[in-house]
Design a protein around this ligand. Structure first.
Ligand code: ATP
Length: 321
């Protein structure tokens, strides 16, 4: 705990190296085979003691203006849920130092929820088990449990039923950040619409159960970027939301083409987009690729990041020794 009694947690962004989307379920969700990889772009969430009851939140960073400051902020919801479960009257000032692009398909809001949960848990000394925290994460959103866990994992169900995966080395990525976000529900709706108009149908009986790609899991376990690139492109693994994101934002095709021209081993839309992710052969190649993407004029900026990254991590110890 810092001298002022506050607790800070660092939490990573993610890329979905595979996002296989099943048919629309009667409850409105889709079954997924979702291969999450945590990447080294981070938000930091600080929970500080407050004099008055209630939860307040402040945000800094380039996209801060797009983040809600009311109860719809996922970090606030995480603090509320933890307090309610433990019968605590919440008194906390949350601060989010935001570096993960907002509405970019990199689970920034989910990251903040997991970070706030861990920070408030330490601040209030609830003694919640890891299982209980993961359970609260799943209630907050499909991507939140993975933000707590980090590393790499296969997500089944809505993505929240996680199996950790082995990663045998470091992968280097470039993320091309687009202007403006895409709404995740809108991208899923577009995916369903495209399936309907193509004649396959969009329901769970029309679409085969989503399965993880064995070559992709093997490439991750081997830490082999060339094999991962093969699995992402030739091997047919990849992102089933990509066509929908491109349909809603056709200019992303230009970004993908610019990354491929500049030597990326593979390029894909990250989750529901509009961030695009490019795999590079090394840290140096990633820097060069990022420069080429920035110069291409097809994105707002380009960021390099390595994976896998650790999940939500306390930067300040929970208690003074
Ligand atoms: P995912 O990859 O999980 O689909 P995303 O990265 O596309 O999510 P987020 O950055 O999580 O998108 O933001 C989606 C929306 O959630 C934002 O437009 C914003 O209104 C809302 N939101 C709520 N809380 C937060 C938060 N703490 N940070 C960012 N956005 C938040």
């Amino acid at each position: 705990m810092a001298e002022d009694g506050s607790v800070t947690v660092r939490v990573p962004a993610k890329v979905n190296v595979q996002l296989a989307v099943g048919g629309l379920r009667p409850d409105g969700f889709h079954d997924l085979a979702n291969v999450f990889l945590a990447v080294g772009l981070h938000d930091e969430i600080t929970a500080a003691p407050a004099g008055a009851p209630g939860i307040t939140v402040t945000v800094t960073g380039p996209d801060a203006g797009q983040v809600p400051l009311d109860r719809t902020n996922l970090a606030v919801r995480a603090a509320e849920l933890l307090a309610a479960r433990h019968g605590i009257e919440p008194r906390v000032r949350l601060h989010i130092a935001k570096d993960i692009p907002v509405a970019g398909g990199m689970a920034g809001g989910s990251a903040d929820a997991a970070g706030a949960l861990l920070a408030c848990d330490a601040l209030w000394d609830t003694g919640a088990s890891r299982e209980e925290l993961l359970d609260i994460c799943a209630e907050l959103g499909s991507d939140v449990p993975f933000s707590l866990l980090g590393g790499a994992a296969l997500g089944r169900g809505r993505g929240e039923l996680l199996t950790p995966l082995d990663v045998g080395g470091t992968f280097h990525w470039v993320f091309a950040v687009a202007d403006g976000g895409l709404s995740t529900p809108a991208v899923y709706r577009e995916c369903d619409r495209l399936r309907e108009v193509s004649g396959t149908g969009a329901t769970a009986t029309d679409i085969p159960d989503p399965e993880p790609s064995r070559p992709l899991l093997d490439a991750l376990a081997a830490g082999d970027p060339a094999a991962l690139a093969d699995a992402l492109t030739a091997g047919g693994a990849g992102n089933d939301l990509q066509a929908a994101a491109l349909s809603l934002r056709p200019s992303l095709a230009d970004t993908l083409a610019a990354g491929t021209r500049a030597g990326a081993l593979a390029g894909l839309v990250s989750g529901s987009g509009p961030t695009t992710a490019f795999l590079a052969g090394s840290a140096r190649e990633a820097e060069l690729l990022a420069g080429a993407l920035r110069d291409s004029g097809t994105c707002r900026t380009a960021r390099v990041a390595a994976s896998p990254a650790a999940g939500a991590t306390l930067l300040t110890p929970a208690r003074t020794p």
